[in-house]
Design a protein around this ligand. Sequence first.
Ligand SMILES: Nc1ncnc2c1ncn2[C@@H]1O[C@H](COP(=O)(O)OP(=O)(O)O)[C@@H](O)[C@H]1O
Ligand SMILES: [Mg+2]
Length: 290
Amino acid sequence: MTPDLMDAGAQRIARHAGMPMPVLTESGGRSAGYGRHLSHEVDTTHGRILYLEDVSVSFDGFKAINGLSLDIAPGELRCIIGPNGAGKTTMMDIITGKTRPDSGTVFFGSTIDLLRHKESEIAQLGIGRKFQKPTVFEHLTVFENLELALKTDKGVKASMLFKLDSTQSDRLAEVLHTIHLSESVSRLAGNLSHGQKQWLEIGMLLMQDPRLLLLDEPVAGMTDEETARTAELFLSLKGKHSLMVVEHDMSFIRTISEIVTVLCDGAVLAQGTLDEVQADERVIEVYLGR
Ligand SMILES: Nc1ncnc2c1ncn2[C@@H]1O[C@H](COP(=O)(O)OP(=O)(O)O)[C@@H](O)[C@H]1O
Ligand SMILES: [Mg+2]
């Protein structure tokens, strides 16, 4: 796409973004997705979107994940806390196919065995992941970054010819609104604040309309105001998407959490409301009391 065409597109979107956005329908109802291409329906009739049972993985004989069992309900916002080295990031590596466990079961809904899929397929099945550091394209605009999120799996030629259709344009405007970047659509991503870059990356994930979002320490390095806005953002995503959020910031966790899972030594140490786990002697000993 030529730069001036891009600008015209950006202006169209910016105009669009000022208008009230269509309300999202339940995301599972739109299985066609925007950038996803594997058409598996995620079966959540058993009340779980993610299910891990007795998962273990060792690195050089060290059990980083050790008999981990955990499940998440559709639309739930689950918070995960625990000391450094507990296995939180490794758990996300396993769910997303980056690391293969030595044993155990990992299901997306009740029918999709994630251990039978490659990392790229898992993303297309509707699991989006946000790493700790923002990985936006700094030399591209906010608009271009979001647009790019739709064509990551296309070949070079298809990408050159790629043009947003009206559904995708609407989606882009809706995502811009959700991540509070409608006013910044033409800015270079490199000029955004740290918090805005994090939101842009979340927006790039949202362009794919994931059923499940995994977010690893999303508010690390954010200002208090950015953290508060991120809490609002996550609360607005809950229900439409399922979220698994790893964080150390307890006031952030308090704002967004329902059920909190405490990981330690590669397994679940405690689970409950934040008040419940904060009152748990074992949790205080290994984590909160440090
Ligand atoms: N690829 C790897 N090779 C070797 N050790 C690893 C690897 N990934 C993680 N670990 C180890 O596994 C443990 C859990 O790490 P991690 O999942 O990053 O914990 P957390 O995210 O809870 O801080 C740590 O002791 C870490 O050093
Ligand atoms: Mg980690």
